[in-house]
Design a protein around this ligand. Structure first.
Ligand SMILES: Nc1nc2c(c(=O)[nH]1)N[C@H]1C(S)=C(S)[C@@H](COP(=O)(O)O)O[C@H]1N2
Ligand SMILES: [Mo]
Length: 317
């Protein structure tokens, strides 16, 4: 990659103003709870607006396996990283309105015996959709708990039969600058691409998500289909996928191309390895006032730590 990418002030610019803004908003919410009765009397219209945003809690329970409550539908769908639309997390939802998510096909090929192009409706029929309540930890040190519906990536990969030469999986987001204004920015090497080692991709925790809160995915969260790899920083969970390719070599990934010293290929959530510009030891859960400690592998170590036996995770960050 050329050095123009490296000189882009990528994420630090966002962290301070947005975090400050959101903390303030959280504080206002907390304050309004404390004085709820007074506000109910004085502020009827805003109460009505809030109840319009309410969604039913997911049927299998409203917490993850550690007992953390799921974030609200409003937070999950209005605080998004999706640079194809904009770098402003609170503007993504508006800009993504009207994004065409149907028809949609996903081409699965490369080093496989049985390359196929699937319509999303085929994928919904072929693979039973399950609910997975996962923590999402962004590399920018904020997090959420999200009730996805989807199916295991492994089940799709098995169907196309990777050959013995396949060692990695490469994913690509749709390139559609007419609908995605951020893709007109020359500072990012579009289309967004990501990758996993094949054994990571086959881990049961890795899913392709097709829904959220029991409803179909919305554009800002990566409709119609996006990857969710909960033990890795959020940027690995690539949205609006059109292509999945089995390959022999470690694929390029957008954030590593831009700033390899800051964003590695593995990107496992790791409180012991700081980002060069900020600590990764703790995080701010959206909707909470105080920070919480970040867990190794985002709390999924039991299921995934063995994938990295013998690797130095400070080198392979
Ligand atoms: N195509 C694409 N996928 C993407 C991104 C993006 O900008 N473009 N942002 C990533 C980042 S940094 C995060 S934290 C998550 C956010 O997912 P969410 O908005 O659904 O919470 O999406 C990831 N997937
Ligand atoms: Mo992120």
């Amino acid at each position: 990659m050329t050095s123009v990418y490296k000189s882009v002030p990528i994420r630090s610019s966002e962290i301070t103003p947005k975090d400050t803004y959101l903390s303030r908003r959280d504080f206002m919410k907390a304050a309004s709870l404390a004085t709820g009765a007074a506000l109910l009397a004085a502020c009827a219209p805003s109460v009505a607006n809030e109840s319009q945003d309410a969604r039913p809690v997911p049927t299998s329970g409203a917490t993850d396996e550690l007992g953390n409550p799921v974030n609200t539908y409003e937070d999950i769908t209005h605080y998004n990283n999706y640079y194809e639309f904009t770098v402003d997390k609170q503007e993504v939802a508006g800009l993504a309105k009207g994004f065409t998510t149907s028809p949609w096909t996903v081409e699965v090929g490369g080093l496989v015996n049985n390359a196929q192009t699937f319509g999303v409706e085929d994928l919904l029929k072929l693979f039973p959709q399950e609910e997975r309540i996962y923590r999402l930890r962004c590399v920018e040190a904020w997090s959420m708990v999200i009730p996805w519906t989807g199916f295991s990536l492994a089940s799709l990969l098995k169907m196309v039969e990777p050959t013995s030469d396949a060692k990695y999986v490469r994913f690509e987001t749709v390139y559609r600058p007419d609908e995605m204004p951020g893709q007109k920015s020359p500072f990012y090497p579009w289309p967004y691409q990501e990758g996993l080692r094949l054994d990571e991709a086959m881990n049961e925790l890795a899913i392709l998500a097709t829904g959220l809160y029991g409803e179909p995915n919305v554009a800002q969260n990566g409709a119609p289909i996006r990857l969710v790899v909960p033990w890795k920083y959020g940027f690995k969970s690539i949205k609006s996928i059109v292509k999945i390719e089995l390959v022999a070599e470690e694929p390029d990934t957008l954030w590593k191309d831009i700033a390899p010293n800051e964003y590695g290929f593995y990107a496992n959530v790791n409180p012991a390895v700081d980002h060069p510009r900020w600590s990764q030891a703790s995080e701010r859960r959206i909707g909470e006032l105080s920070r919480r400690p970040t867990l190794p592998f985002n709390g999924y170590g039991e299921q995934v730590a063995a994938l990295y036996d013998g690797m130095d995770l400070r080198v392979n960050y």
